[in-house]
Design a protein around this ligand. Structure first.
Ligand SMILES: NC(=O)C1=CN([C@@H]2O[C@H](COP(=O)(O)OP(=O)(O)OC[C@H]3O[C@@H](n4cnc5c(N)ncnc54)[C@H](O)[C@@H]3O)[C@@H](O)[C@H]2O)C=CC1
Ligand SMILES: O=C(O)CCC(=O)C(=O)O
Length: 424
């Protein structure tokens, strides 16, 4: 059976093909459940929407948006919304697939979904961004809902955008529906700790992995690509344990400081409108040199496909923590494995965000809100247990941590699929 739907432009299949390859790698380990594996290779439903937006100058621009439900065997769809000029359907399909695996590996009662709009939000005014968000929300309104599919933030989306999405959905329903999105402002039914949850999770999982490798975090050298929600929080968590953030990269460039970058000084620079790539407290380096800096831990926390066959051989770190979704190509996975580099996959490393989104969803349903300490303790326990299970499965089956995570997740998804059966 052809796993790639024929209506897609084959030139744009990169991320989805990566997801398919990752699923194929786990298939031999699934035993009888392998009978159901094709279900993971076919997104359940895909919605492509046209988003007309009246711009401030009076003109109308049309943007293309997507919402994909990859699999809902274990519960409603769950996954973020990305605004980026390079968003493609293939990418959103892959991101939705990774959400299916991530939610299952953590044991959250969700399926996998994701959304995106092909737009560079930096080119929009606040009013244009709000109108785009509201129209996109209305257009995907047929798919979303607190018991159907619950969006959340991803690249270039934030609490304000979630507030507009919640408000638009509520207007269309004629009642306030807090639980339709997570990652909202705390004053609108958001959860304490959600903003930091993904980066905090990267740190929690990274600390467990470092412990297995006998790598002391105090003094460890950490390089991070992406200094947004995930990368900046992870940097702060690592620095708080005494690790040194020796290199950072974002869209404005790459910087290096062997003794560690002063994150407070960097924040003051960014708050004052400075670009990370021009931070005077560190040395600017070429973007390609970022990958070869002397570091113990490397955290890709930007976009897909960043670690590939061109740079995987030169990476110096012993531990790669995938803060981003899909940052490593399968070929690079193999190169890193052959070089003895331990890679903790995205579906585990960055699962802190969706875990606290789950807490937010539960809190919204019960209208009873937890303290930040309760949130962080539960996050810590859930991620640490998930890490141990994946580590154990990797040892037992002699596979990489990625394949081990897929093994646990695919078993859960396919068992649910098998029990539900095919109807009619
Ligand atoms: N926000 C969340 O809760 C979650 C995010 N993720 C993943 O983490 C990654 C980052 O997401 P966020 O931090 O939320 O996004 P963000 O929009 O807050 O930050 C993205 C960062 O990546 C940088 N970046 C973008 N393109 C780049 C490029 N070509 N080269 C170098 N740097 C680049 C940006 O400059 C920015 O610093 C994405 O892969 C996202 O899917 C995963 C789980 C949850
Ligand atoms: O918080 C969520 O629901 C999903 C976050 C997300 O998009 C991701 O984990 O990639």
């Amino acid at each position: 059976m052809d796993a790639i739907p024929s209506y897609l432009d084959r030139a744009h299949l990169g991320p989805w093909e990566v997801f398919l390859e990752q699923v194929d790698r786990v298939a031999p380990h699934l035993g009888d459940l392998g009978y159901w594996i094709e279900t993971l290779k076919h997104p359940k439903r895909i919605l492509i929407v046209d988003i007309p937006v009246k711009m401030d100058d009076g003109s109308i621009r049309h943007f293309e948006g997507y919402r994909v439900h990859h699999n809902t065997s274990r519960g409603p769809g769950k996954g973020g919304v990305r605004y980026h000029q390079d968003v493609t359907l293939s990418e959103v399909m892959a991101l939705a697939g990774w959400m299916t695996i991530k939610n299952a590996v953590i044991g959250l009662p969700f399926g996998g979904a994701k959304g995106g709009v092909r737009v560079d939000p930096r080119t929009l005014t606040r009013g244009e961004l709000e109108r785009l968000t509201r129209r996109y929300t209305s257009e995907i309104g047929v798919l979303i809902g607190p018991d159907k599919d619950i969006p959340a933030p991803d690249v270039n989306t934030n609490e304000q955008i979630m507030a507009w999405m919640m408000d638009t959905y509520s207007i269309n329903q004629g009642r306030t529906v807090m639980g339709v999105v997570t990652g909202k402002p705390v004053s609108l039914g958001g959860s304490l700790g959600r903003r930091e949850a993904t980066g905090r999770g990267v740190f929690i999982v990274g600390r467990s992995a470092a412990c297995k490798l006998g790598l002391d975090l105090a003094g460890a050298r950490v390089a991070i690509q992406g200094y947004g929600n995930v990368g900046a929080t992870a940097a702060r968590c690592f620095a708080a344990t005494g690790a040194k953030i020796v290199a950072l990269q974002d869209v404005t460039g790459s910087i290096h400081a062997g003794d560690g970058i002063d994150l407070d000084a960097l924040q003051r620079w960014l708050d004052g409108g400075g670009a990370l790539g021009r931070f005077p407290g560190a040395t600017a380096i070429a973007n390609e040199d970022f990958w070869t800096v002397e570091a113990d831990i490397l955290v890709p926390a930007a976009l897909e496909g960043q670690i590939d066959r061109h740079n995987a051989r030169d990476i110096k770190a012993r531990l790669v923590l995938e803060g981003a979704n899909g940052p490593t190509t399968p070929e690079a996975d193999d190169i890193l494995t052959s070089r003895g580099v331990t890679l903790v996959p995205d579906v585990l490393t960055n699962a802190g965000g969706v875990t606290v989104s789950y807490f937010e969803w539960v809190q919204d349903f019960s209208s009873f809100f937890w303290t930040e300490q309760e949130i962080n303790e539960r996050l810590e326990r859930i991620l640490s247990e998930a890490f141990e299970s994946v580590w154990k499965a990797a040892q037992e089956h002699r596979v990489t941590l990625r394949t081990a995570a897929y093994l646990l997740a695919c078993r859960r998804v396919l068992e649910a699929r098998q029990l539900r059966g095919i109807y009619p």
